[in-house]
Design a protein around this ligand. Sequence first.
Ligand code: SAM
Length: 335
Amino acid sequence: MQEQKDLIRITEEFLADTIDYPKLRKAAEEYKTFLYQLSGCDLDNETGRSDIQLSSGKALGTFWAALCIDDFIRTRQFIRGIDQAIREKLQHNDSIHVLYAGSGPFATLLLPLILRHSRERVKYTLLDINPFSLEILNRLIARLELQEYKLEVICADATQYRLPNDTPDIIVSETMQNALAKEQQVPIFIQLMRQAKPDTVFIPEKIQLSIGLRKDGDLLELPFHERYKKVDTVFEVSKEALHFALQSKATAPGEIIFPENSLTLEKHALKDYSQLVLLTEIKVFRNERINLNESGLTTPLIINNIPENVKQSITVLSQYKISTEPKLDNQIVVG
Ligand SMILES: C[S@@+](CC[C@H](N)C(=O)[O-])C[C@H]1O[C@@H](n2cnc3c(N)ncnc32)[C@H](O)[C@@H]1O
């Protein structure tokens, strides 16, 4: 079938072992055009642009969710990471179940892999809270003639979702922005980790937020790693790090109280730097990572200018909080 062949061909570049930036950018553009054409839908309207606001953050509207494809390093690293996780699981299991929580209108990160893996051995659940996105996804599935694959599309809030008895072996969610602000990656992972099997793989495997320093002056000439200095990690999303939250009696993710972190920076360490920043790093799966500034998801976020009246040190108190606008709250104490 021609559409299936096109999808395989267009997405080959995402699975190539070395990154050829111009080729990858072109592949992402072609992938996007292909998906828009195949779905035959106009997403740029009021329904498409409307985010859904929930008590633990927002869910991006269909138009915005579709745009995520443009962040092509993100898209590549996730596709490769999910592919490897599926291969690994299939080595030890006859059949596996993959849950994609927050598929958006195109199931962008999984769609290229469905045709590349056994239709008898892999079952997929594609879940999103946005009915307009799922209307488009269902149309795409029909146009790609994927009916013979084990695919279930579910409209649900992933922060409330009860996993089925056939517990997923792999759970994928990319519902985040840099600094884990605004969207619902953390409450979604907590809800799903609480119910998953001990060996369920979560993708991304690990997200780390670190406090860092940004150099003074005009930085355009400097390579990125010389502009910023990572000081210490203050919040981590992974099965290991969220262990305490999973045992918490709090029923809603918003009730979970994360530990407060205190980081002291001596005055001499601040020399040459003018701003405090929050740095995001993502381990998607195994060696597939999204390093600092490689994607919109890992762009540094400026917290504050370094105060001028520092005598000995500054202390950054930080705590991740889930609310209608989740974020790492921080407070700077000058000493
Ligand atoms: C950042 S977009 C990513 C879309 C697509 N997965 C991709 O990577 O290109 C996040 C998607 O997650 C969905 N989402 C966010 N919060 C959700 C929730 N609580 N339950 C279900 N879906 C959610 C949004 O509707 C949106 O489609």
